[in-house]
Write a protein that binds this ligand. Structure first.
Ligand code: PMP
Length: 426
């Protein structure tokens, strides 16, 4: 592969063009293995950023893609529809929280967040009482487009760079009580204060249920989410749950909101929706939200991307949801959680470790110092695993089909890294 070209001309995520980090050339992938150009096989610990839950090159998903490509890969969704979209949306509505009745298909997770925020704005406009603020949490992450970024943690997403352009919203303190810890009533104080102070300006609360992902891999107490739902009801504010990362079994429940037994007014889904095959998102809304939005001045929801409902993506998404319906994802994520529970606590013995936490098929090792990306990545590849840390977080979200030996290999590699000084900045 022409890696020199890649290095000189291709931008990779959050990477400098001046001093690019090494990029490893991938030629194929199957199951939990990613194959590099030199033939080396890496055990995947990332599910390509939460998406490839069934593993790579899955025969059922391949068949769905091949079958659809020979019929029609894309057709506009304005004024037309097709079986893959109908199949996908039927399955989604069957699996999702029961109050959600309408599905809006779009391109990516960030776009789903944009869509959800626009729905909330249009909802209040249609009611004749426009509201333009969103309440969210510190340490959250909702995507890289502007509206999504405006509700993402201001420090992590460097709001300072876009000052004057980026809308300013309201941030409450992130939850401090961990999932497995005791609940302290004071955890909700700041949120409660902010929602009651600004209730008639707030169109919606948006947050990631139970796991704050890219903003810090924080796993918080379900009671926080229960309180949020109750406060939204009390103050007549919509609740948008961003399950783009947590949806489809990752936390050990099909949707993370099930840990707290709450239902959102609007739900954002993406990533694993197509089993990680291609980009697609779905924004689900309650009947009240959809009817109100469409009963307003505009008479419809004002959004309609070119690739809305792309048949190829819908066909694969529909096949992925069938796998979820048929396969034993619950037993698989239980097994992975059990492996994390057995193996991760032992890592506390290393001085570099600040905290460890896990839930479902998510395992996190937080370190005292930020990783040295080039060195730790090279070490992981040498150890035959693919784990991509950021900052002080080494985290795993392996495909659900991973077996005990694969999880063992991932944790072994992390253990070696924790004992290697070069892997961390001082
Ligand atoms: N919300 C959450 C919770 C996410 O984790 C992400 C992606 N990391 C997004 C939104 C944005 O999704 P995408 O990268 O597909 O735009």
């Amino acid at each position: 592969m022409d890696l020199a070209f890649d290095r000189q001309h291709i931008w990779h995520p959050y990477t400098s063009t001046l001093t690019p980090l090494t990029c490893y050339p991938v030629t194929s992938a199957k199951g939990v293995y990613i194959e590099l150009e030199d033939g080396k096989q890496l055990v995947d610990g990332m599910s390509s950023w939460w998406s490839t839950i069934h593993g790579y090159n899955h025969p059922v998903l391949n068949e769905a893609a091949h079958g659809q490509i020979d019929k029609v890969s894309h057709v506009m969704f304005g004024g037309m529809t097709h079986q893959p979209a109908i199949d996908l949306c039927k399955k989604l509505l069957k699996l999702a929280p029961s109050n959600l009745e309408h599905v809006f298909l779009a391109d990516s997770g960030s776009v789903s967040v944009e869509v959800s925020l626009k729905m909330a704005l249009q909802y209040w406009h249609a009611k004749g009482t426009p509201r333009s603020k969103f309440l969210t949490l510190r340490d959250g992450y909702h995507g890289d487009t502007f509206a999504a970024m405006s509700v993402t943690d201001p420090d992590n997403s460097m709001h300072s760079l876009y000052k004057g352009f980026l809308p300013e919203h309201i941030f409450a303190k992130s939850p401090q009580c961990g999932f497995w810890h005791e609940w302290h009533e004071s955890d909700i104080d700041d949120f409660k204060h902010k929602i009651s102070q600004h209730n008639d300006e707030i169109a919606a609360v948006i947050l990631e249920p139970i796991v704050q992902g890219a903003g810090g891999m924080r796993i918080y107490h379900p009671e926080f989410l229960r309180r949020v739902r109750a406060l939204c009801d009390e103050h007549n504010v919509l609740l948008i749950l961003d399950e783009i990362a947590t949806g489809f079994g990752r936390t050990g429940k099909l949707f993370a909101c099930e840990h707290a037994d709450v239902q959102p007014d609007i739900l954002c889904l993406g990533k694993a929706l197509t089993g990680g095959y291609m980009t697609l998102s779905a924004t689900l809304a309650s009947k009240n939200v959809a009817d109100t939005v469409c009963g307003g001045e505009a008479g419809c929801f004002m959004h309609g991307p070119t690739f809305m409902g792309n048949p190829l993506a819908c066909a694969v998404g529909s096949a992925s949801l069938s796998l979820i319906e048929e396969e034993n994802w619950q037993a698989q994520t239980n097994m992975i959680e059990h492996q994390f529970a057995t193996r991760l606590p032992k890592l506390r013995q290393y001085s570099q470790v600040k905290d460890i936490r896990w839930l479902g098929a998510i395992g996190v090792v937080e370190t005292h110092h930020p990783v040295n990306m080039e060195a730790i990545q090279a070490l992981f590849v040498e150890q035959g695993v693919w784990i991509r840390p950021f900052g002080r977080l080494i985290y795993m979200m392996p495909p659900f089909i991973s077996e005990q030996e694969h999880i063992g290999k991932l944790v072994d590699a992390i253990e070696i890294a924790l004992q290697t000084e070069d892997c961390f900045q001082s």
